[in-house]
Design a protein around this ligand. Sequence first.
Ligand code: WQD
Length: 344
Amino acid sequence: MTRKIVVTGGAGYIGSHVCLELVQSGRDVLIIDDFSNAHPEAVNRIGALAGRKVDFLRADLADHGQRQAVADKIKEFGADGAVHLAGLKAVGESVAQPARYYRVNIGSALTLVDAMEAAGAKSIVFSSSATVYGDLNQNPVTETGRTGATNPYGRTKLYIEEILKDVAAADGSWGVVNLRYFNPVGAHHSGRIGEDPNDIPNNLFPFIAQVAVGRRDELSVFGNDYPTRDGTGVRDYIHVVDLAKGHVAALDYLEKGNRGATAVNLGAGRGYSVLEAVAAFKRASNRDIPYEIAPRRDGDVAEIYADPTRAKELLGWSTEKTIDDMCADHWRWQSQNPNGYAGD
Ligand code: WQD
């Protein structure tokens, strides 16, 4: 029996890669997206890569006026489970607009829970983040580490994890996996789907890629005086396709009948510095990446990388791709789509 999976935010960077892996694992997918941080063309390309159309509903999960339409569509689709990716994700913006971030991110999650409950599909894989760990733990970080986000965006992730845990505690027929992403980068090897930020990229890799392709003049390295091997920030970069496969593994785990709520790190278990990432991208793109050293960015931690043991033991999942794969695939997407999905 084909398992039917709702993917909220499925037209986005992570979502498009998750949808493709889900279809290729033999599942049917319904994308729910409002295109606030995604492009309709991504849905077309997912279908082309998957060899068949994916079902789609344009909707804003945070809009109460659309709740019934969302619930009706999910019931009509015959959902068995959901991957919840839809939400606002800019750390700096969340500091400036906290009420909006709580309203949108938590409201969207609650709308999905209600709709899945009504459809009798009590399985959710949630897109959480390593940001929930703040700067509170020794590396490598395990899922039992202390949590305490340092910004409203990170707090929405933590609060939604707790909401889903409470839902699963109240009704034992719910199964929840809170996936704590470390730093997703790269793109599908075809170069047809990838990261396409709306405006100036907040994150390192899309910014480096835009410098390499000539859309930006130079990279600002946010601090080179951290207590790390070269003074720049160290993060656990993970290929977005490895990340997407982690979602398939989490759904496999739930479809085996596992219930309750659990948190799982999705990381490689090692870190790379900003300067190491720049060097790797230069190798992959054969382009110069001019940069200047800038002041530290508020809220940044010096170094964080995952202990990936639980993902291996519980989900049978671990990363396969290297930093050079990430850079080569990210560059193929960026060079083939210099202006993202908007085209020329
Ligand atoms: C990585 C490193 C920066 C940009 C955040 C969120 C996380 C997730 C990913 C949403 C850091 C440095 C960056 C730049 C730089 N959320 N940097 N110049 O901050 O680890 O994680 O984004 O997707 O939840 O917390 O990722 O890519 O922003 O930064 O020097 O122009 O690159 O200081 O050391 P981060 P990032």
